[in-house]
Design a protein around this ligand. Sequence first.
Ligand SMILES: [Zn+2]
Ligand SMILES: [Zn+2]
Length: 354
Amino acid sequence: MKATYFLGNGKFETKEVPLRKPEADEVVVKVAACGICGTDIHIYHGDKGSADVTPPVILGHEFSGIVEEIGANVTSLQVGDHVTVDPNIYCGSCHYCKIGKKNMCRNLFAIGVNRDGGFAEKCVVPEKQCVLLDKKIPLEYGAMTEPLACCLRGIDIADIRPGNTVLVIGDGAIGLLMVQLAKLAGASKVILSAPIDSRREIGLALGADVVVNPVKEDLLGRIREEFRSDGADVVIECVGSIQATGQAVEAADRGGTVLLFSVPKAGATYCLSMESVFQKELKICGSFVNPDTHGRAAALISSGKIRLEPILTHAFPIDQLEDAIHMQMRADSIKVLVKPGITEMERNSGIAAR
Ligand SMILES: [Zn+2]
Ligand SMILES: [Zn+2]
């Protein structure tokens, strides 16, 4: 099979390699699509702290595909099933695994980070990491299950109640998923703060009630006007900058919740007003990976309740992974996929994510 290895120092190599036989509890997944994640970009740049990678390794942890071969003891999957892969593997025996906090696992490792992942034609994965997708849904959508599962973890922590007001800061793929999840969770009104013109339009199409350009408009003023209060009940920050963190804390209403969802730069710090935490009785929360949310994310995608077609903007063949990463960093892309089976026609069209 063809696979693209990360060699370290921002270098990749695509080559033909033999595929190993699946163990008794593993399956072979023929990869249909694999998303480029912010984590991949951090790894590409050699940033410390986001993920410990030992090259050479095949990256890619947001993927979907078709089961092509099953190990001797596999019972829950059949050849031909459409699946998405939960990349995170927990040890099950450390302190955190035993107290119901598996995402804090001391020995957490991930497919596509610490072991070979989805930037390949095929990937051998444990049966227990696979979640079925409805065959009626395009397999490309399945590649969004992992990011959606991470968003669901955040939404669970933010604890949006029916009727709450929600501000989503950030117009990337995550922000656009969060808008939809906030609406599904029962928010009465969702404001999306989006600096890119085209993203505000997409935000409205995906269910945001109000969109604001934070560069040109007074975000806080608009929030107070729209929500008729001092801020939002729940603020979800999906940018990863100090400025956005400041906006999030400022825009939270008295008694509000701030979810700092983005993956920050290693070592990033923010100077917090203790007074506003006290006086506003703020809850400030983090969210880490996707414990037990992958199944619900796959169910949401299979149901068609989450709209993905405006988010999936570009697709690249497997031997152009570096180009795909560069495209993911550009403002004119939202989510970039790598598709090993991309056709010549799709490749030439430039935009071929769906
Ligand atoms: Zn990811
Ligand atoms: Zn553990």
